[in-house]
Design a protein around this ligand. Structure first.
Ligand code: ADP
Length: 301
């Protein structure tokens, strides 16, 4: 197959590993920067040009669209879908998963366990919002945050109120969430490929930090997950419509709760922690499933 990896940085670990795995399996592969693609939007012969050349021979694409370029990046993925190119994660699914509130609402609707979460636009009734999620301690999260930035633990009612007021003063979008204390600063990242959990790791925050992000100095190790955790991860990826997903769970007293479903999960931490060839598993899934016009939405929606 001719595979395109839609990524701005060929040197990133995940991009490089996917390219390597595709080559090892006999495919030709190109890393294409979505921001350098330009497109015509016509009903008869849509095209994609890249650095002065028309892309005509791509069979399948692996979108690795960073959060900061979601808008243009998903438009490029949509155009590939219009051309009938198989995209392992579809544009609508990527867009859906990037909107944290929408994702949580979709998951809640299907009965997936979530931390009790509240959000509001109005600056009034802060106290009621706090009560709604069970009072302090609670977690306040900026919606635009990634890698643990903008995730704050407010341990007392006063702290909760001042953090909320501060975020409001900045006109930031945020949510307030029940603090899952019993997770003890750990979370579980499950990698789902084609409806199966192919790897799972436990991440632990550095001493004194309740956030387990590896970018913040957390550590990761392979973990055995329970059948309930497995089915929660698989169902969450399915609800989002993602063939490849990183599902982040917390182990709460009332079972696994989902924090986030990521459409471009990083491969470095999970391959290191588990010793598994996740990039190879992703390419293998494409080999079995890629065919022209097989993306479900074909760029609709
Ligand atoms: P980001 O998307 O920026 O990584 P997350 O929502 O994943 O933000 O939060 C970062 C980390 O903070 C998580 O990996 C988890 O360890 C911790 N955390 C987030 N929400 C909660 C919560 N409600 N209860 C306990 N810990 C949490």
């Amino acid at each position: 197959m001719n595979i395109a990896i839609l990524s701005r940085k060929p040197e990133l670990y995940s991009t490089a590993r996917l390219a390597e795995a595709a080559k090892e399996r006999g495919h030709s592969v190109r890393v294409i920067n979505p921001l350098r693609c330009y497109m015509n939007i016509t009903s008869h012969q849509p095209t994609i040009h890249y650095k002065g050349e028309e892309l005509t021979d791509i069979d399948a694409a692996i979108p690795r669209i960073g959060a900061s370029i979601t808008f243009y990046g998903t438009a490029v993925v949509r155009q590939f879908e219009m051309l009938g190119v198989y995209c392992i994660n579809e544009s609508v699914a990527i867009t859906r998963s990037r909107d944290k509130l929408r994702s949580l609402q979709l998951l809640a609707r299907k009965g997936i366990g979530l931390p009790v979460t509240g959000f509001a636009n109005s600056t009034m009734y802060t106290q009621d919002l706090i009560d709604m999620v069970g009072g302090a301690p609670l977690v306040v999260k900026l919606l635009e945050g990634t890698q643990g930035v903008g995730v704050v633990l407010a341990e007392t009612p006063q702290a909760a109120e001042s953090v909320i007021d501060a975020f409001r003063g900045l006109k930031a979008n945020f949510m307030v969430q029940e603090y899952i204390k019993e997770a003890k600063g750990c979370d579980i990242r499950c990698i789902v490929v084609g409806g199966k959990v192919v790897a799972a790791m436990k991440r632990k925050g550095k001493e004194g930090d309740f956030r387990s992000n590896l970018h913040r100095g957390g550590t990761a190790s392979a973990v055995r997950i329970t059948p309930e955790e497995r089915s929660t991860a698989v169902r969450s990826a399915k609800i989002m419509g993602l063939n490849v997903a990183g599902v982040d769970l917390l182990r709460s007293n009332h079972g696994p709760v989902v924090m986030e479903v990521n459409s471009s999960p990083g491969l470095e931490g999970i391959e290191d922690a588990t010793g598994k060839d996740i990039a190879g598993i992703i390419v293998e899934y494409m080999e079995k499933n890629a065919a022209p016009n097989k993306t479900k939405t074909k760029g609709k929606g």
